[in-house]
Design a protein around this ligand. Structure first.
Ligand SMILES: Nc1ncnc2c1ncn2[C@@H]1O[C@H](COP(=O)(O)OP(=O)(O)OP(=O)(O)O)[C@@H](O)[C@H]1O
Length: 338
């Protein structure tokens, strides 16, 4: 089956006073119907820029300089092509961090949902749209549907508002849902509720509407819980992609391994912060971008473009040493010999 969302060689640049910066560099990703793809990486790695390009919501000084984005096979972003408006809201839904605070405080939930439905589902009758709206509120786990629909945002809790933000994104039954740190501002219990809800939406829709989800987060363990596959982004490049379980239990790229080592553990195991900071990338950056922070980097890593290495579990990693023996054994051949 063809992917619902496809990014091919997507390169996004920003024009700044300090010159051109590459915010996303040759990003290749695809999302199948009903699949949840995690996009993870440190702050500033380019996750938001990448997904905003799908929505056509890039800043004015930022543009796609190479590659393309397709939704349901249709070209919506490429150099000189900006057609995301054709799919945004109808075929691609979005939920951002703090999305609940972007609800209109002066409109009831029902009115806000009606506006979205009227804009994107003009062929449905009013009765059909209202039935769709009541249905989506029930799917969000609300039992008192009319009470919620007649509420103003301030009458609802933060977690309820976030569920309304999700309802607004999925009421059109989009084929693609993009969520960007949409649970970060919530307390742990509410976060668990919202994550469970998102998981149930894609699980249900994989039999029904086939909605695929891109789940942007800096939280690798959360991505592991909810995602089928995970793509790890570093300094504008995807450096490892694989099945979620495989990637977390047997990470191959040193950056993925470093991210895992930086997660606090219950068993008192050592937590290792990643030394240094991610670079801002200008146009010509030779070699592996993680090399300056990588404990295992060798001369070859700094020399030129690093090819993708296919991994045993079906994933791939952009590291010369990713195919080493054993789980996570992405070590240079010379170190391995020592
Ligand atoms: N309009 C802009 N002009 C110049 N640089 C920008 C612009 N927007 C973003 N950037 C830079 O692009 C890089 C990637 O930012 P982006 O927000 O995509 O990263 P992120 O991985 O989503 O980070 P976070 O998790 O903090 O949201 C950062 O270095 C950021 O400063």
């Amino acid at each position: 089956m063809s992917p619902v969302l496809e990014l091919r060689g997507l390169t996004i640049e920003a024009a700044t006073a300090g010159g051109r910066h590459v915010l996303a560099d040759g990003v290749d990703l695809s999302l199948a119907a009903g699949e949840t793809l995690g996009l993870i990486g440190e702050s500033g790695s380019g996750k938001t820029t990448t997904v905003r390009s799908v929505l056509g919501l890039l800043d004015r000084n930022v543009a796609v300089s190479a590659g393309e984005v397709r939704v349901l096979g249709e070209l919506i972003q490429a150099p000189g092509v900006q057609a995301a408006g054709r799919v945004r809201g109808r075929h691609v839904g979005m939920v951002f961090q703090g999305a609940s605070s972007s609800l209109d405080p002066l409109m009831t939930v029902r009115r806000q949902l009606r506006e979205v439905a009227r804009t994107h589902l003009p062929r449905l009758s009013r009765a059909e749209r209202d039935a769709r709206i009541a249905g989506v509120i029930a799917r969000m786990g609300f039992t008192e549907v009319d009470r919620v629909l007649d509420s103003f945002p301030h009458q609802l809790s933060g977690g309820m508002r976030q569920r309304i933000a999700i309802a607004l994104a999925v009421v059109t039954e989009p084929e693609v849902l993009i969520t960007d740190e949409c649970t970060s501002a919530l307390d742990v219990t509410t976060q668990a509720e919202v994550v469970g809800l998102l998981a149930s939406l894609t699980a249900a829709s994989s039999r029904g509407t086939g909605m695929g989800m891109v789940f942007v987060t800096h939280d690798l363990m959360l991505a592991g819980e909810i995602c089928d596959r995970i793509a790890v982004m570093y300094a504008g490049q995807i450096v490892e992609v694989g099945a979620a379980r495989e990637l977390i239990t047997a990470p191959r790229h040193p950056y993925t391994r470093a991210l895992l080592a930086a997660i606090p553990r219950w068993d008192g195991g050592e937590v290792r912060a990643i030394d240094g900071t991610a670079p801002r990338v200008t146009e010509d950056w030779p070699g592996c971008r993680f090399a300056p922070r990588c404990p295992r980097a060798e001369q070859i890593c700094r020399a030129g473009e690093v090819p993708w290495a296919p991994l045993p579990g079906g994933g791939r990693a952009r590291c010369h040493f990713a195919a080493g023996d054993g789980p996570g054994a992405a070590v240079p051949a010379s170190s391995a010999r020592r």
